[in-house]
Write a protein that binds this ligand. Structure first.
Ligand code: ARG
Length: 284
């Protein structure tokens, strides 16, 4: 059958959804004292040199990208001797103006917990001092009205119930099994209120089953993209700031109507962190 001018030939193409950006308010910390002097994840090697000024320069491109997207970006002062403080995502979990503080697993990062809580208090948030070990948005990700929560390497699963009580929202426990993906935000990317991307091999079988059931249309990233922390990204619902080298993830995002924006944070990858690690969302 020949196609005449009245035939809507486009009807066969799957429609690309229209994505809506929402302005974000976030907290960041300049990597002024960034270096790698201890090893608390497999990415870190104190024997490898780091370049603090390059880290600052790369971080600045992330900051500028967020400003360019119209985000409200707050800054916490970096503290000398806390080289991982740049990974602001670990500083807490903030929802409905309540800031659930972090209680770090490793002694090297423990002083960061009070430092971030001081900032939250000074900036009008209702600080909830944690009893249980947890590393903030490194392991807690809000997707719509549920919180996905990682455990296995850092946050204690008891913190999941603690956060659920504070946030008044369901918290879904997911167990991480690969030490390279030790925080949930290295294995899951939240794209908007209903969509995520993830790396299946980072989870134990029951957790993977939960993800498959809840998010049948999720983007599955390649091991290659995950291996440069490509999932460690931050979305406003339309614009998704990702690692510039995560090419397949970039392609998949574009195919689904998102606008990927690549940044290079190679220096901060030496500490085992990427885009999302440097970003803590503040929800008033
Ligand atoms: N060196 C830091 C650590 O191992 C990196 C933290 C990365 N942050 C994140 N949200 N995944 O604790």
């Amino acid at each position: 059958m020949s196609i005449n001018s009245a035939t809507p030939v486009l009807a066969e193409e799957p429609a690309v959804p229209v994505r809506i950006a929402t302005k974000r308010t976030i907290l960041m910390c300049k990597p002024q004292f960034f270096t790698v002097v201890y090893r608390i994840n497999p990415w870190m090697d104190p024997a490898l040199p780091t370049d603090t000024s390059l880290a600052v320069k790369q971080w600045q491109t992330l900051y500028d990208a967020y400003i360019g997207l119209g985000f409200d970006v707050h800054l916490i002062d970096p503290i000398d001797g806390l080289p991982d403080m740049v990974y602001a995502a670990n500083g807490g979990f903030v929802i409905d103006n309540q800031a659930y503080g972090a209680k770090f697993t490793h002694v090297q990062r423990q002083p960061e917990g009070p430092a971030y809580m001081d900032w939250f208090g000074a900036n009008g948030f209702d600080v909830r001092v944690p009893v249980e070990t947890n590393e903030g948005e490194g392991d807690f990700l809000l997707v719509g009205d549920v919180i996905l929560a990682g455990t296995g390497f850092r946050s204690d699963s008891n913190s999941h119930a603690e956060l659920s009580n504070i946030a008044g929202r369901p918290v879904i426990t997911l167990r991480l099994i690969n030490p390279s993906f030790y925080h949930l935000d290295t294995a899951v990317a939240v794209l908007d209120d209903t969509n995520i991307a993830y790396l299946p091999s980072a989870f134990d079988a029951p957790s993977l089953a939960i993800l498959q059931e809840r998010y049948p249309d999720a983007i599955i990233v390649t091991e290659e993209d995950a291996s440069i922390l490509g999932l460690n990204s931050y979305s406003d619902g339309y614009n998704v700031v990702i690692a510039a080298r995560a090419k397949d993830f970039e392609r998949q995002l574009r195919a689904r109507g998102y606008n990927p924006i690549g940044v290079d944070l190679s220096e901060l990858l030496l500490g085992g962190g990427g885009v999302k690690c440097c970003t803590l969302e503040l929800r008033r």
